[in-house]
Structure formats: structure tokens, C-alpha cells
Unconditional design. Structure first.
Ligand code: SF4
Ligand code: SF4
Length: 81
């Protein structure tokens, strides 16, 4: 019984840790089925974090993106989430 309680508490702490990390470090991604390759997100990105991949769709470099949200606001397809 004691082991189950310890495991449950550990699991809850782990879930809280993962949730907080997600809130503090959200990632923006591109829905490739919606992207029309217009390039608006590339033009507006202040961090040069967006590129067009070989498939012609926008991709976001998570190491450069600071989650400013400008690409989301300008995307005509609402393809960035
Ligand atoms: S602004 Fe939207 S539709 Fe245009 S390239 Fe970027 S993700 Fe694709
Ligand atoms: S959220 Fe800002 S920094 Fe990140 S890709 Fe979009 S425009 Fe660039």
C-alpha cells in the first residue's frame, strides 16, 4: 500500500512538472495541411525562426522561436498553432 502511494505521488509530481514546462515553454508548430506556402510568417518573424521545407510548407525552428506570436497573427490560413 505504501508503495502505491509513493508511486502515485511520484506520478502526480512528474505530471505537474511536465505541465509547467509546457506552459513556460510552449512550442508553435505549423499545420502543414493548412499552410499555403505564402511566406508571410517568414517575412514577419523577428528571430528568423521560420523556413520553408522541401515540401513547400513552413517549419519553425524551436531553438530560435521565442513564441512572440507574430506569425500566428499574420498567417492567412490559421495554420500556426
Ligand atoms: S503564413 Fe501561414 S500559410 Fe503562409 S507560409 Fe506561414 S504557415 Fe504557411
Ligand atoms: S512565434 Fe515569433 S519568433 Fe516564433 S516563429 Fe513565430 S514570429 Fe518567429
Amino acid at each position: 500500500m505504501k508503495k502505491i502511494i509513493v508511486l502515485t505521488i511520484t506520478a502526480v509530481i512528474l505530471l505537474l512538472f511536465i505541465s509547467c514546462d509546457r506552459i513556460n515553454n510552449p512550442e508553435y508548430n505549423v499545420d502543414k495541411s493548412s499552410c499555403n506556402s505564402c511566406g508571410s510568417c517568414l517575412s514577419i518573424c523577428p528571430r528568423d525562426a521560420v523556413d520553408i521545407g522541401q515540401d513547400g510548407k513552413a517549419i519553425i525552428d524551436q531553438t530560435k522561436c521565442n513564441q512572440c506570436g507574430k506569425c500566428i497573427a499574420i498567417c492567412p490560413q490559421q495554420a500556426i498553432f
